[in-house]
Write a protein that binds this ligand. Structure first.
Ligand code: NDP
Length: 333
């Protein structure tokens, strides 16, 4: 069956027609190579679905930018994020998963089998698809923030908070995530600054109450981060305190860690034409399953989880997606 011979693509506003390569038919195509994608692959491969993984732009997912992972079960001494992902990859390959470089650039889920195009030119015809494209943490966009990523700057308190036991940290953001991360860190760190750009928090009442009543959290309302400072690791931050139009004061704080909690962006843009998402873009699944609104398309990991966002929960949902795909194929084929 052939869906396309050529494809009209728009790249950098340049419209062009691309000749497609030969299409490949697969039983189970997994999009994304974080813990959810690889776990789905391990299960799908062991069930003889001969899965193909399209790795995506950030092969290995968010964990490849994390240093030490101490809360993934099975690693009593902890493991570095990249090594954990290499292990998951090797385990998926051991059972015959076919791992491909490339990024999915378009999909057609309007009929089954589904069409998925990689890098504008390689068509896959898939009987089932597991979307495991994850979410990307939003950052402030400061040069110094980029410089200290993995050396004091983090977007995940549950992942990295432990390293700041007895130290001083800052959390930036005013929503539930920031409030939760600040409270979590307050249980470990000596002092937590919560940097909020507005004169109020937008977190839920219960969370606001909690941060306001935690003695070692200091809320800095109407503060913005100008720069994160340090030589090799973070040692401080320069903030701008704003009160009214013309009143701006520079404030310096001494910290060892800087946690960004200003929201995540689920990587679901490509699928929205076919797959239902919530208002933020997280894919909606039928509760207790990985099923999306399109039978045969499943979602796993952070792309469908705004709440837990842990490697182990992503892996668990990847397992669910593979089992759901296997059952779907058994029922329909
Ligand atoms: P939100 O979008 O709710 O909040 C983001 C926060 O970051 C806002 O306070 C925003 O400020 C601030 N922000 C955004 N950009 C910047 C910037 N450049 N500089 C400084 N501050 C910035 O994201 P969350 O991740 O907190 O929450 C996402 C969703 O998940 C929400 O619906 C939340 O309720 C939910 N959630 C629920 C939890 C629970 O129930 N346990 C736990 C965690 C999340 P401003 O207010 O000025 O726009």
């Amino acid at each position: 069956m052939s869906f396309f011979k050529t494809l009209n693509v728009s790249e950098n506003n340049d419209k062009k027609s691309v000749e497609l390569e030969n299409e490949e038919s697969v039983k189970c195509l997994i999009i994304g190579s974080g813990p959810a994608g690889y776990t789905a692959a391990i299960y799908a491969a062991r069930a003889n679905l001969k899965p193909v993984i399209i790795q995506g732009m950030e092969a290995g997912g968010q964990l490849t930018t994390t240093t030490e992972v101490e809360n993934f079960p099975g690693y009593p001494e902890g493991v570095s994020g990249p090594i954990l992902m290499d292990d998951l990859k090797a385990q998926a390959e051991r059972f015959g998963t076919d791992i491909r470089w490339g990024e999915v650039t378009s999909v057609d889920f309007s009929k089954r089998p589904f069409s998925v195009i990689v890098d504008y030119k390689k068509p896959f015809i898939a009987e089932t698809v597991v979307i495991a494209t994850g979410a990307t943490a939003k950052y402030l966009g400061l040069e110094s923030e980029n410089k200290f990523k993995g050396a004091g700057v983090s977007a995940c308190a549950t992942c990295d908070g432990f390293f700041y036991k007895g130290k001083r940290v800052a959390v930036v953001g005013g929503g539930d995530t920031a409030a939760e991360e600040a409270t979590y860190l307050a249980g470990l760190a000596e002092k937590v600054f919560l940097i909020v750009r507005k004169p109020y928090l937008r977190a839920s009442k219960a969370m606001i109450h909690r941060v306001e009543h935690t003695p070692n959290i200091e809320i800095l309302y109407e503060h913005n981060t100008k720069e994160i400072t340090g030589t090799n690791v973070v040692t401080g931050a320069t903030l701008i305190k704003r009160q009214g139009e013309a009143d701006e004061t520079e404030v310096k704080i001494e910290i060892d860690g800087f946690f960004v909690a200003i929201g995540h962006k689920p990587n679901s843009e490509l699928f929205k034409e076919f797959i239902n998402t919530d208002e933020v873009g997280y894919i909606k699944t039928i509760p207790g399953t990985s099923k999306t609104n399109v039978p045969g398309v499943f979602a796993a990991g952070d792309i469908q989880d705004s709440q837990y966002r842990q490697a182990v929960t992503a892996a668990g949902s990847g397992c669910m997606a593979a089992l759901d795909a296997e059952r779907f194929l058994a029922e329909y084929d």
